[in-house]
Design a protein around this ligand. Structure first.
Ligand code: NBP
Length: 491
């Protein structure tokens, strides 16, 4: 029986993400053409899940493309980087004008911009789509962030929206903007995810080292927090991970896991992009550096404040540490409020980065839509994203999330707790880079006169870099003749 032109969608790259995405399409009644570089993965998928829907097996790209109805829609789910380029080129060589290539991997947005341009010039459509939610999301409904031409979204959008997560009947998928917009937003999403996890980690450590709570007790605290403003997937699974007992030792699993956090690179990309755009995403940067610090094994061994494991005596001293908090329930509540306030800052910074990226590349991104499509399916799904959506609905040009009434009030309600936590952590020698830098960011934004005036003075002194004056029109520059008579001239 010929199966030419029977499949509405094709998936190439059938590792964990691609297989689950293919099954998700099949569960929604679509006929799915399957392809993988090595046939073993295709056959394994068909053997284990072939009965879940209608799949078309293919061994070659030619067979794969033949199975698809036209214009063809092909999703690539292979390793990001060179493998993705290899697959795109192989497909583009064999496809016809109007066909759509979708890269669902975690591509760097600048690669997506380059690829979209090259593929467009060949008469094909290229859509870089960020997909979040891990393997579970891919199977049961991810959050999808497709970029690329608006025209291709007309044909592709309904399929993607159907298989995406839904919250209150609204799909967690929307057209983000042209070329690299989807992958840019996915990148910032991942950066926010880094920041969220770092803040959760700091809260955990404060309860563990500040109050001496066991993992199981901290799990109960997180479960309780998940019933309120902090209600989110990451807080929910924090309780689950903390409650897990290691079968081998009988200890909490978290106590036997090596404390070196790894990264695949999207957090680093977010920070690099933020540096280029000049957007202070301090929360994400602290999270990326905290992971790097955890992996700085030699430095940690050399500086460790206890007995050094290499037998070379004591590590570095910490000075006198303060006493543990005496009112445990109050401290737990303070940490909860500090976590929420810091999280608001992290999202405010991430949304500012999307705003700046959208302006830089003319993407026309609607910020409220990002909050909408992150409400379900993805790793950072959280109840408070509804509030972010409302804030941008009320004012699409909001300069910062913390200026929106709900968030302004939420941060102000937690500010005393937040300061107490940072002070107590400092006294106890517990590192809280996320909490502390978020608080400094918040204080800096609200400071009338920043020391940047002095920075400008210094720059003018050693490099004649000039400065503006508070009493002169914006843009007018001045220079003091530091090595002369120190009079001021207009630059
Ligand atoms: P991997 O990132 O582990 O990639 C494995 C797949 O890439 C296999 O199908 C493999 O084929 C194929 N592949 C490679 Br490697 N080199 C190739 C080449 N030169 N030509 C053709 N195919 C090649 O798979 P994954 O974890 O399912 O992730 C897929 C994409 O989704 C990645 O970009 C990832 O960053 C992204 N993503 C992953 C997650 C997650 O939770 N894992 C979440 C969100 C996004 P083979 O079978 O022949 O070796």
């Amino acid at each position: 029986m010929t199966q030419t032109g029977t499949a509405q969608i094709g998936v190439t790259g059938l590792a964990v993400m691609g297989s689950n995405l293919a099954r998700n399409f099949a569960h929604h009644g679509y006929t799915v053409a399957l392809h993988n570089r090595s046939i073993a993965k295709t056959d394994a998928l068909l053997a284990e899940h072939g009965s879940e829907g209608t799949f078309v097996r293919s061994e070659t790209i030619a067979e794969f493309l033949d199975a698809l109805e036209k214009p063809r829609r092909v999703i690539i789910m292979v390793k990001a980087g060179d493998p993705t380029d290899a697959v795109i080129n192989e497909l583009a060589d064999a496809m016809e004008p109007g066909d759509i290539i979708i890269d669902g991997g975690n591509a760097l947005y600048t690669d997506t911009i380059r690829r979209e341009k090259a593929i467009r010039e060949r008469g094909l459509h290229f859509v870089g789509a960020g997909i979040s939610g891990g393997e579970e999301g891919a199977l049961n409904g991810p959050s999808i962030m497709p970029g690329g031409p608006a025209e291709s979204y007309k044909s592709l959008g309904p399929l993607l929206e159907e298989i995406s997560a839904h919250v209150d009947g609204v799909p967690c998928c929307t057209h983000i903007g042209p070329d690299g917009a989807g992958h840019f937003v996915k990148m910032v999403h991942n950066g926010i995810e880094y920041s969220d996890m770092q803040l959760i980690g700091e809260a955990y450590q404060l309860l563990r080292d500040g109050l001496g709570l066991e993992a199981g007790q901290i799990a109960d605290v997180f479960s309780e927090w998940n019933k309120g403003d902090l209600d989110s997937y990451l807080v929910e699974i924090t309780a689950e991970v903390l409650r897990q007992v290691d079968a081998k030792t009988g200890k909490p699993l978290v106590d036997v896991i090596v404390d070196e956090a790894e990264q695949k690179g999207t957090g680093r990309w977010t920070v690099k992009s933020a540096l280029d755009l000049g957007v202070p995403v301090t929360g994400i940067a602290e999270a990326v550096f905290a992971r790097a610090l955890s992996g700085s094994v030699a430095q940690r061994k050399a500086a460790f404040r206890g007995e050094r494991s290499d037998g070379k005596g004591q590590g570095l001293a910490s000075g006198e540490l303060g006493a543990a908090p005496t009112d445990a329930p109050q401290f737990i509540e303070d940490v909860r409020k500090a976590l929420y306030a810091s999280k608001i800052i992290a999202y405010a910074q991430g949304f500012n980065q999307i705003q700046a990226g959208s302006a830089e590349y003319n993407w026309g991104i609607t910020l409220g839509d990002m909050a909408t499509i992150w409400r379900g399916g993805c790793i950072i799904r959280a109840k408070f994203l509804n509030r972010i959506k409302e804030a941008y609905d009320d004012d699409p040009d909001l300069a910062t999330l913390i200026a929106a009434p709900y968030f302004r009030d939420a941060v102000e309600a937690g500010i005393d707790s937040w300061r107490r936590v940072v002070v107590k952590a400092t006294e106890l020698g517990i590192p809280v880079p996320g909490f502390a830098s978020a608080l400094s960011y918040y204080d800096a934004l609200r400071t009338e006169r920043l020391p940047a005036a002095l920075t400008q003075g210094l720059r003018d002194f050693f490099g004649a870099h000039t400065y503006g004056r508070t009493d002169a029109p914006e843009g007018q520059k001045f220079h003091t003749l530091w090595s002369g008579d120190r009079s001021e001239v207009e630059a």
